[in-house]
Ligand binder design. Structure first.
Ligand code: RIB
Ligand code: CA
Length: 322
């Protein structure tokens, strides 16, 4: 399986959600997966910091062979002032990885996505674990791009549960509603791994302490980078645990049998009201009948085998950090 990971990695920016990096490790530690590249997008942290964090992680994993491309710095629409304000406030967060500029002549994420997909039509799956700005930008730049994509597996949205960044919306889609709308209208085979299933996963501080006990450089980095997020989650959700959003999406991309899906017509709210970024999933046929939209544009995950996922995560991430 050949994939490109599009991500907003915050492990290395204290206070950001570190979880993208676990998903990257899971992919790199899965023998049947070839990671053709990692593209960085604005989201949890500005893309400049995300690039530095990903570079640092790849160095710790001895995987600097994996192409790493910097991507979009802001949401597609400059009117998303709340999202832009939140993002820009994050420049002030403590950075524990060295800021590094991409090599001169490095293509940007959208160019890399287009070139890689069009060089191997129908062979590349995009696993998106951040906002969809890079992918939507590539879709707008290249008319052939969408048709060349084998599939897109997204961590994003919510089909039948409340949001997380707002009562209505999940963060990745909320951070760039226009981008999510473009992707859902693209006709590409889409899998939405949303909060409905991601919120069934959790990682506890004790698990991180256990797997980093040997004191490896990677372990010390993971321990330091996750600690503030556990604290933030304790304050926010009242318990020191984090959800493995992106790792679950990655695991489902690799082994779809982990999840139970429904075909759905998903529409994204792109207005500027309180429901902006909401993914409205018409996964019940009568709902599509009522809105006279019988076609579906995605499959949405409504249940997951958490036990089997936890085994995969333990074997391919936690046991490999030691
Ligand atoms: O809503 C969850 C998503 O937002 C995950 O991708 C997590 O990394 C954060 O970016
Ligand atoms: Ca993410």
């Amino acid at each position: 399986m050949r994939i490109i990971i599009d991500t907003d990695p915050a492990m290395g920016t204290l206070g950001g959600d570190p979880e993208d990096c676990f998903a990257i490790m899971l992919a790199l530690n899965t023998p049947e997966v070839v990671v053709e590249g990692i593209t960085i997008v604005q989201g949890n942290v500005p893309a400049e910091q995300g690039y530095a964090n990903a570079r640092h992680l790849l160095a710790l994993l001895n995987r600097e062979d994996v192409p790493l491309l910097p991507g979009c710095l802001r949401p597609m629409s400059g009117t998303r002032t709340t999202q832009i304000d939140l993002l820009e406030r994050r420049y002030g967060m403590k950075q524990i990885t060295d800021m590094i500029d991409p090599p001169p002549g490095n293509p940007d994420a959208a160019s890399f996505l287009i070139e890689t997909v069009l060089a191997s039509p129908g062979e590349i799956t995009l696993v998106t674990i951040g906002p969809l700005t890079n992918v939507a930008t590539a879709m707008q730049l290249s008319p052939e791009f969408s048709a060349g994509i084998q599939a897109v597996v997204m961590m994003g949205g919510a089909a039948a549960c409340a949001g997380n960044i707002s009562p209505a919306a999940e963060f990745n889609y909320w951070q760039d509603p226009e981008a999510a709308d473009i992707v859902f209208r693209s006709g590409v085979p889409l899998t939405m791994v949303g909060l409905d299933v991601c919120h069934k996963t959790q990682l506890l501080p004790a698990q991180v302490e256990e797997c980093t006990g040997a004191g490896s450089t990677l372990g010390q980095f993971v321990l330091e980078a996750t600690r503030p997020w556990f604290k933030a989650m304790a304050g926010g959700e009242g318990r020191e645990s984090l959800h493995l959003y992106d790792s679950l999406a990655m695991a489902v991309a690799i082994d779809p049998s982990l999840a139970t899906f429904e075909d759905s017509y998903v529409a994204v709210e792109i207005g500027d009201g309180p429901a902006q970024g909401m993914s409205v999933s018409y996964h019940k046929p009568f709902q599509r009948w009522i809105v006279r939209h019988p076609e579906t544009n995605a499959r949405v995950a409504l249940d997951v085998d958490v036990g089997r996922f936890n085994e995969i995560f333990q074997a391919r991430v936690l046991d490999r950090i030691k």
